[in-house]
Design a protein around this ligand. Structure first.
Ligand code: 0A1
Ligand code: ZN
Length: 880
């Protein structure tokens, strides 16, 4: 796996597989000192393959080959070549059976790819290329086979033995061992293979599908987590119903299982019939999970379930097509979450993530198209671009076609390609065929990297009553791509008169269409749109509902933003106007002299918001949150993070002081009423209350202190308890902070998910998360280098969320991160490569910072034996 000069793989060099696998029969013998894997592959030459010759090549990684047989005849050592990552059999017949026996060591697998052990149980992670760590196999998604899997293990240590599909046989063996055999009738690529063996309890339920079939639903967890599965089970049933109702997709096997594991590199995995989840993405209870965690669990359960169709029944031809399943599935889960809660709030959350983090990726050294053209290590391409921007691209198709034609398109796609491994182009083609629309230019969204920029200016002709919008589109250069073509951009707009009333949008002297909102379709570099019959200069509302993942530049005045903040009928743009105003005010304070006045109208706008009980309270709660430091950094050139941090703090401080009484009133008004509920209204109430509390403690308000201590002690749910803890940690009340942190740990030390919250509250705080404190957290007995969640909650949160501390002008934060990356690179390269991310955008920062960030990257580059994962990120980041 380690190499000095990893190879680049190109989409343009794709070739169909030379041999196909019709059936795989696996037998796992699981022991404490290793596992023996017997694999029998029924293979035949692929009639569609271009290659001639009869050489078979199988992928393998970290395997010990014990035996190899062709059609039952054992192969002598000169009849095959073991080339480390490839097993080559120079001559095979047209159709044959290959039997491979390998020995692996799951107990020593710290990469968490392939078969490994987590908290005493065996589990697998095979996407993208983990199956080759289990046995030799054509480990590529366009080889789809039917799997039968027999799992054998000690019965008392591993009473539960699971794999994909339906259980078909089970029984006892000698020496206290037992076995279960599973059969999956649906052909699948090896990346969807899964196996679990452990001492787990089972939570059961059932679901009756639209055609009346009864599906057995099971969630498997360690006994101590038995009471934390109800929410995920409920979310699963809601997802199953929703996918039937909205997409006409019925579940296909007789059983659907979820297993929670503590050590997992990502959030969760959609293995056929046997989803494996990071514990933090499935386990929840009122007293241990925040509202945000419940929402995340709902979304991830839905996401993995939806993959059963978008990903499993129809899968990807190659890993360049990853967004085929991920972009579409994220779009589906975001529609689901919108339907379960507030569509506007969900849109705000999605757009925030996109603008803060995906735009940054698109502007950095790892920028790549939604369908990349090349990669070194595919694990590095599970990115915000593939997932989030990919989902935006599907959303734009949905909006261009309308819900009905989009559904026709998705039906055609699932019908036409069921059981196949296909491309993003096949997806777009199905949408075109079903709708009759030409998406030729639209396909550029898949091919061109970078965030398109729309420079908008306007002109009002009072005499003619004509208002004109001039829009210029450009797509910035990205590594390896320049001179880009204009893209097809749906640009939703509205116009408001001075009373805040929407104006009819008539786009020519004869047009009397009269609609109040239009989606302008931008296809050229330059467009002018005229609106007729406009009696006064209107205020434009641009890119409503974030209709495309683009940056819009328009010379907003503060008056216009204040106006939109309270009048725009588009909830998203109301929120966005507030964000723009706050950004403008904060930016004007960066490096401004001490006494510079803070925009008084901002205070009044926030006062109105705080006291607005008419507007959707979930939207109010979002509007009260100031733009994050990460977003402010993303919007600036040559960022000086401590200066941005100081300016944002000043505004927060000023607002909190000026609005103290309003904050107290808001806090009291939103006090918990009766029993804990997870309704949108109750979630909004808790959010408002905790924001008010955070602001009060930000200015070390005495009454706030008493409220926080009381809330901490009385809370009947984790959202409120953590809200109080966070507020105290970020306050200047040192003894309360220390006491609350100790009490929290004492109370929850046996619950890994809550301990992760405890770590991240400290690691994200500029008061409790300076470098020496972070180093102390790494020494804490609850910290564990082998557990990705723990690493993320301390190191990842420090570098990604505690920006002022990480960007310490002395460069200590950067050196620290480089050291941790080097340390992790040996044990878990996927996690190490993800942690590098905050350093990759070094060019974005002012010279004092960028030179030290670059030096930290060089420090990683110079480590001996760098993994391919970290190599790719570091070398691309350092390239000119
Ligand atoms: N397909 C999963 C994400 C996933 C990807 C890679 C993994 O291991 C390297 C694990 C999970 C999803 O989209 O949920
Ligand atoms: Zn996914």
């Amino acid at each position: 796996m380690r190499t000095n000069q990893p190879q680049t793989i190109y989409l343009s060099e794709y070739q169909a597989p030379a041999y196909l696998v019709d059936h795989v029969s696996l037998r796992f013998e699981l022991f404490e000192d290793g596992a023996r894997v017997h694999s029998t592959l029924s293979m035949r030459r692929n009639p569609a393959a271009m290659q001639s010759g009869s050489t078979l090549e199988l992928d393998g990684d970290s395997l010990t080959l014990e035996s190899l047989a062709l059609n039952g005849q054992s192969l002598a050592s000169d009849e095959y070549r073991n080339e480390g990552d490839k097993l080559v059999v120079p001559t095979v017949p047209e159709a044959f059976e290959l039997t491979v026996v390998t020995w692996i060591e799951p107990q020593n697998n710290t990469r968490l790819e392939g078969l490994y052990k987590s908290s005493g149980m065996f589990c697998t992670q095979c996407e993208a290329e983990g199956f080759r760590c289990i046995t030799y196999y054509p480990d590529r998604p366009d080889v789809m086979a039917r799997f039968q899997t027999r799992v054998e293990a000690d019965k008392s240590a591993y009473p539960i033995l699971l794999s994909n599909g339906n259980p078909v046989e089970q029984g006892d063996l000698e020496n206290g061992r037992h076995f279960v055999t599973w059969e999956d009738p649906f052909p699948k690529p090896a990346y969807l293979f899964a196996l679990v063996a452990g001492d787990l309890v089972e939570k059961r339920d059932t679901f009756t599908t639209c055609s009346g079939r009864n599906i057995d639903l099971r969630i498997y967890v360690e006994a101590r987590n038995a009471r934390k599965c109800d929410y995920a089970m409920d979310a699963l049933k809601r997802s199953m119903r929703w996918d039937e109702e909205v997409y006409g997709r019925e579940y296909d096997l007789d059983i659907f299982m979820i297993v929670a594991v503590d050590d997992f590199n990502m959030g969760a995995m959609e293995n056929k019939g046997l989803n494996i989840f990071n514990s933090s993405c499935v386990l929840a209870s009122q007293d241990t999970a925040t509202d945000a965690a419940f929402q995340r669990i709902e979304a991830i359960v839905a996401h993995e379930y939806f993959h059963n169709w978008s990903g499993n029944r129809v899968t990807c031809r190659d890993w360049f097509q990853l967004s085929l399943k991920e972009g579409f599935t994220v779009f589906r889960d975001s529609q689901f979450s919108a339907d379960m809660g507030s569509p506007t709030v969900k849109r705000i959350e999605d757009a925030t993530l996109l603008r803060t983090a995906q735009f940054a990726e698109d502007a950095g050294p790892m920028a790549h198209p939604v369908r990349p053209a090349s990669y070194m290590e595919i694990s590095n391409f599970y990115t915000l671009t593939i997932y989030e921007k990919g989902a935006e691209v599907v959303r734009m198709i949905h909006n261009l076609l309308g819900a009905e034609l989009f559904r026709k398109g998705s039906d055609l796609y699932f019908d036409r390609h069921d059981g196949q491994a296909v491309t993003t182009d096949d997806f777009v083609k199905a949408m075109e065929d079903a709708s009759g629309r030409d998406l030729g230019q639209f396909r550029l969204w898949y091919e061109q990297a970078g965030t398109p920029v729309l420079a908008v200016s306007d002109h009002y002709d009072e005499v003619q009553g004509v208002y004109r919008l001039d829009i210029r589109q450009s797509v910035p250069d990205t590594p390896g791509q320049s001179g880009k073509k204009p893209q097809h951009i749906p640009f939703a707009i509205g116009l408001l008169d001075s009373e805040g009333q929407p104006l009819p949008l008539n786009m020519g002297a004869e047009d009397s269409n009269g609609s109040f909102e239009r989606v302008l379709e931008l296809t050229e570099t330059q467009h002018s749109f005229e609106f007729h019959g406009v009696k006064e200069r209107p205020v434009p509302s641009l890119l409503r509902d974030f209709s495309a993942p683009v940056r819009v530049h328009y010379p907003w005045t503060r008056e216009q933003l204040l106006f939109l903040m309270s009048h725009d009928p588009d909830g998203f743009n109301r929120w966005d106007a507030g964000q723009k105003l706050a950004v403008d005010v904060i930016q004007s304070l960066v490096d401004a002299p001490q006494g510079t006045e803070i925009e008084p109208r901002l205070v009044e706008a926030y006062r109105l918001l705080l006291n607005d009980t008419e507007l959707d309270q979930a939207l109010v709660a979002k509007m009260l949150l100031l733009p994050s430091e990460a977003y402010l950094v993303e919007l600036s050139d040559q960022a000086d993070v401590p200066a941005i941090h100081a300016a944002r703090e000043r505004v927060l401080d000023h607002l909190a002081r000026a609005l103290r009484d309003d904050l107290l009133a808001c806090y009291q008004r939103n006090a918990g009423q009766g029993d804990y509920e997870l309704t949108p209204a109750a979630i909004a109430r808790r959010s408002l209350r905790n924001t008010a509390l955070a602001w009060l403690l930000h200015i070390d308000d005495e009454q706030g202190r008493a409220l926080a201590v009381e809330q901490y002690e009385q809370a009947d749910n984790m959202t409120d308890r953590l809200g109080a803890l966070r507020a105290l940690v970020n306050s200047g009340f040192e003894s309360e902070r220390t006491r609350a942190l100790a009490a929290f740990f004492e109370r929850f030390q046996d619950d890994p998910q809550v301990v992760e919250l405890w770590f991240s509250v400290q690691a994200s705080s500029d008061r409790a998360g300076q470098l020496p404190q972070i180093q102390a957290l790494l020494e804490h007995p609850a910290f564990d280098w082998k557990n990705p969640n723990k690493v993320r909650s301390v190191v990842g949160v420090f570098a990604g969320q505690n920006l002022a501390a990480f960007h310490n002008p002395d460069g200590s934060g950067y050196r620290f991160l480089a050291d941790q990356v080097c340390r992790l690179d040996d044990s878990n390269p996927q996690i190490a490569a993800r942690l590098v991310s905050p350093l990759t955008r070094w060019k974005k920062f002012s010279p004092q910072y960028s030179s030290q960030m670059k030096a930290a990257l060089e420090r990683i580059r110079d480590k001996t034996e760098l993994s391919r994962d970290v190599y790719e990120v570091v070398h691309k980041s350092l390239a000119d």
